[in-house]
Design a protein around this ligand. Structure first.
Ligand code: KG4
Ligand code: ZN
Length: 338
C-alpha cells in the first residue's frame, strides 16, 4: 500500500501551525502560539497576520524535521481555506500554494470547521474513530454548531448560534471578571474548585437546535456589577464559585441542545471538537452522558482540540484518496459555506 505524506498548514486565527501526516498518523504537529494579543484582550488581525509571516517558515521547517522527512517526500499540501481572519488565512494559503507549485504536488483546500470534526479520524492509540452517521458539536471562539456528519464529505449544520459563540461566552465572562484573554481556560481552572450551583444563572430560550449566548453574558455582567457595588471584593472572594456557575450554565445549554438533537435524529454517537472541547467540565459531562443516556461520545486528544494543523492534514489525506484537489488560483475565504 502507498505511503501518503501530507504537509498541513493552519493559519486561520492567531496560531501558526504545521503538521506532517503519514496516511492517518501524525508524525509532527507544531503550533506557534502568538502572545502579542494578550495585552489587547483579543486577537488583533493585523498583528496576527504579521506574526504568521514571521512564524510560517520556521514552523514548517520544524514540522518536516520532527517528522524526519524532506520536502521531496511530500505527497500533497493541505491548508486552511477558511473560515477565519483574511490576513491570517492569506499567509498560510499563499505559502501552501507556492510550495505545491514548487514541488509539483497536489494542493488541498480545507474547511477549518470540518477539520475540527474530522480530527477524530486521526489514528491515535486509545482513541476510537466514530462511524457514520454521527453528530458533532463544534465549539470554538468563532463557532457553535451541531453538525450531522453523514460521511467525510457530506455534513449538514442542524443547529448553530444566533449570536456569540460559546468560546466568546467564556472569554467575555472572563473579561467581566478581570481575567486576561483568552479567559476560557482560566474559567475552567477556577471552576474546578467551585460550587456550580452557587449562583444560578438562567438559560436562554431558543427554538430548535440553535443557541444564543449574548443574553447570558449580559446577565453575568449585571450580576457582577450589582454584587461588586455591594462588596468591592466580591469577585476575589467568590472567584471559584462564579466560574463554576458560569461554566455549569454553559454546559447545561449545550447538553439541552445535544439531547434535543439526539431526539430529532435518533443518532447517539456524539463527537466534540474545537477549542472549547478542551474544557474539563464539558469532557466530564459528556463521559457521564454515556452511562446516563446510552450515548457513545468521542472526545479528542487535547492537542487536537484547539487550532492545529494535524486536523487539517487528516482532511487533506481523505481528500487525497478521492483525488479532490484544488487549483492554485483558489481563494481564501473569511466566511465559507459548509
Ligand atoms: O478552536 P479554537 O482554538 O480557535 C477558534 O477557532 O476559535 O478555540 C478557541 C476558544 C477560545 O474562546 C478559548 O477561550 C476556548 O476556545 N477555550 C476554552 C478552553 N480552552 C480553550 N474554553 C473553556 N475551557 C477551556 N478549557
Ligand atoms: Zn478552530
Amino acid at each position: 500500500t502507498e505511503n501518503i505524506y501530507t504537509l498541513a498548514i493552519e493559519s486561520s486565527c492567531d496560531d501558526t501551525s504545521a503538521a506532517v501526516l503519514l496516511n492517518d498518523k501524525v508524525l509532527s504537529n507544531i503550533v506557534a502560539r502568538q502572545s502579542v494579543h494578550e495585552e489587547y484582550g483579543g486577537v488583533v488581525p493585523e498583528l496576527a497576520s504579521r506574526a504568521h509571516q514571521q512564524n510560517i517558515v520556521p514552523v514548517v521547517d520544524v514540522a518536516l524535521k520532527k517528522a524526519g522527512i524532506r520536502k521531496n517526500d511530500l505527497s500533497c499540501i493541505a491548508f486552511t481555506q477558511g473560515p477565519g481572519l483574511m490576513g491570517s488565512l492569506l499567509v498560510g494559503g499563499s505559502f501552501a500554494k507556492s510550495m505545491s507549485l514548487a514541488l509539483e504536488i497536489p494542493l488541498i483546500a480545507v474547511n477549518h470547521m470540518k477539520a475540527h470534526i474530522l480530527a477524530h479520524f486521526i489514528a491515535e492509540e486509545g482513541f476510537d474513530k466514530p462511524s457514520f452517521p454521527f453528530l458533532a458539536l463544534t465549539i470554538s471562539g468563532g463557532h457553535t454548531q451541531i453538525v450531522k456528519v453523514n460521511s467525510f464529505f457530506d455534513m449538514e449544520i442542524i443547529g448553530e448560534t444566533t449570536d456569540d459563540a460559546v468560546g466568546e461566552a467564556f472569554d467575555k465572562s472572563a473579561k467581566i471578571l478581570g481575567l486576561p484573554y483568552p479567559g476560557g481556560p482560566l474559567i475552567d481552572k477556577f471552576a474546578q474548585e467551585g460550587n456550580p450551583k452557587a449562583f444560578p444563572f438562567t438559560k436562554p430560550k431558543v427554538d430548535g437546535l440553535n443557541f444564543s449566548f449574548s443574553g447570558l453574558k449580559t446577565q453575568i455582567l449585571y450580576f457582577i456589577q450589582k454584587k461588586v457595588a455591594e462588596n468591592p471584593d466580591f469577585i476575589e472572594e467568590n472567584k471559584a464559585d462564579i466560574c463554576a456557575s458560569i461554566q455549569y450554565t454553559i454546559i447545561n445549554i449545550l447538553m439541552d441542545k445535544l439531547k434535543e438533537a439526539v431526539k430529532q435524529t435518533g443518532i447517539k454517537q456524539i463527537a466534540i471538537g474545537g477549542g472549547v472541547s478542551a474544557n474539563s467540565g464539558i469532557r466530564k459531562t459528556l463521559k457521564e452522558a454515556e452511562k446516563k443516556y446510552g450515548w457513545k461520545t468521542f472526545i479528542p486528544k487535547f492537542e487536537y482540540t484547539t487550532d492545529n494543523a494535524a486536523m487539517i492534514g487528516i482532511v487533506g489525506y481523505y481528500n487525497f484518496l478521492e483525488h479532490n484537489f484544488s487549483h492554485s488560483d483558489i481563494v481564501s475565504k473569511a466566511r465559507i459555506e459548509f
